[in-house]
Design a protein around this ligand. Structure first.
Ligand SMILES: NC(=O)c1ccc[n+]([C@@H]2O[C@H](COP(=O)([O-])OP(=O)(O)OC[C@H]3O[C@@H](n4cnc5c(N)ncnc54)[C@H](OP(=O)(O)O)[C@@H]3O)[C@@H](O)[C@H]2O)c1
Length: 361
């Protein structure tokens, strides 16, 4: 018997949380019990809740009634196993609940990964069913566990967006606007564009006044514009907007300012999760939801199996090393402290230089 601790979130009111302590039975036939000793917590996890029904994020670790378990990226050890291919002692990286423990059902086990084949996960996006068996990976990756939990899932998306823009010759744009650029996904993209000598487009970041100094320190944008000052942006040149904020008023302001010079508008995230709404028809290119798996699928064909994710991982490691001194990793231990950190995230009280790592063990 194992004592587990979980943090559940009310699916109808994310500010309402519940700490659940339970006794877990031993893993059933074909299953493993894992102890999750670390996971990262960022706005991306709030977005998992927001799109929990639409994309299915609530389905990976079902809870009861209106409660949900928000998924996170973390590392875990197999502490009990009823699956011969994945023995006790294995180290894993993947998609876990905000919890101390979880039960997985490994299938398609390869040396470096397996897929969770639980019945309830079959209809869900497959990307999140894969678990890396990290001991089969290069030593440099094994030494970057914190970065993998906190940064890689976001920087990997930055890489896919960067690659999508390059692959499409920036849709003819001469500048790239990044909404909520102080987010990890946002500054990861800015950094990758900035570091590529082939990319000549100006990178303009949009952020709050309080986060300007942080982004300036990173040195990844040619220009920073604070919310409310969008009129300062040069609207005479073709422009791509990549939006991590989900703020529809901001989107509307930018489209109206740029008109037909808004040549592509990619909606990636919703850090400003309470500022979403309908916009109606907007001037310029029609905003579209950026669907990373489409570009990943295209590159699987262009470059061969696994190459795009390997490139994304290398690019993530590169940016992670660069920003090491600009992010202070903070360890959150215990479910009460996690509940407070979750509300801070919801209330925009986590400054971008804080990297929240959690352990409920
Ligand atoms: N579609 C995909 O495949 C995909 C993949 C990865 C990430 N994303 C999305 O990208 C977004 C960024 O995620 P992240 O984890 O990189 O973010 P993060 O690092 O946690 O972002 C922090 C920044 O977001 C803004 N912010 C955070 N909480 C806020 C709140 N409650 N109200 C208003 N602004 C708030 C602030 O930036 P500013 O002041 O600069 O606005 C803050 O500095 C998320 O919505 C995530 O879901 C999407």
């Amino acid at each position: 018997m194992t004592q587990s601790t979980e943090l559940w979130v009310d699916r109808n009111n994310y500010r309402n949380t519940r700490i659940v302590n339970a006794t877990l039975a031993a893993p059933g036939q074909g299953e493993v019990l894992v102890a999750i000793d670390r996971f990262g917590l960022t706005s991306n996890n709030v977005s998992y809740a927001l799109s929990g029904d639409m994309i299915g994020y609530w389905g990976y670790y079902p809870a009861e009634g209106d409660w949900g378990k928000v998924p996170v990226w973390g590392c875990a050890n197999v502490v009990a196993s009823n699956c011969a291919d994945v023995p006790v002692g294995e180290r894993l990286w993947g998609f876990f609940p905000m919890a101390s423990h979880a039960i997985l059902r490994p299938g398609k086990v390869r040396e470096d990964q397996f897929v969770d084949i639980s019945e309830h996960r079959k209809a869900l996006p497959t990307l999140y069913n894969g678990y890396r068996r990290t001991r089969a990976e290069p030593a440099f990756l094994q030494s970057m566990e914190v970065e993998r939990c906190l940064l890689f899932p976001l920087f990997a998306t930055s890489f896919v967006i960067y690659d999508y823009l390059v692959d499409n010759d920036f849709f003819g744009a001469q500048q790239v606007l990044i909404g909520s650029v102080s987010s990890k996904t946002g500054f990861g993209l800015a950094q990758m564009l900035h570091d590529d000598p082939q990319v000549t487009r100006r990178v303009i970041g949009l952020t709050s006044p309080g986060n300007v100094a942080f982004v300036e320190r990173l040195g990844c944008c040619d220009e920073l514009v604070t919310y409310g000052n969008e009129a300062k942006i040069d609207t005479a040149v073709p422009t791509v907007y990549v939006d991590m904020s989900g703020d529809t008023k901001l989107q509307s302001v930018l489209h109206n300012l740029l008109g037909t010079n808004m040549v592509a508008s990619e909606s990636v995230g919703a850090t400003h999760w309470e500022a979403r709404g309908a916009t109606g028809d907007l001037p310029g290119a029609r905003p579209q939801f950026f669907f990373a798996p489409s570009q990943i699928g295209k590159r699987e064909t262009d470059w061969g199996p696994g190459v795009v994710m390997m490139k994304a991982m290398m690019a993530s490691a590169e940016v992670a090393k660069k920003v090491q001194g600009d992010l202070a990793v903070e360890w959150i231990r215990g479910a009460d402290t996690l509940a407070s950190a979750w509300s801070e995230l919801l209330d925009n009280k986590v400054s971008p230089d804080r990297g929240l790592m959690v352990s409920l063990l």
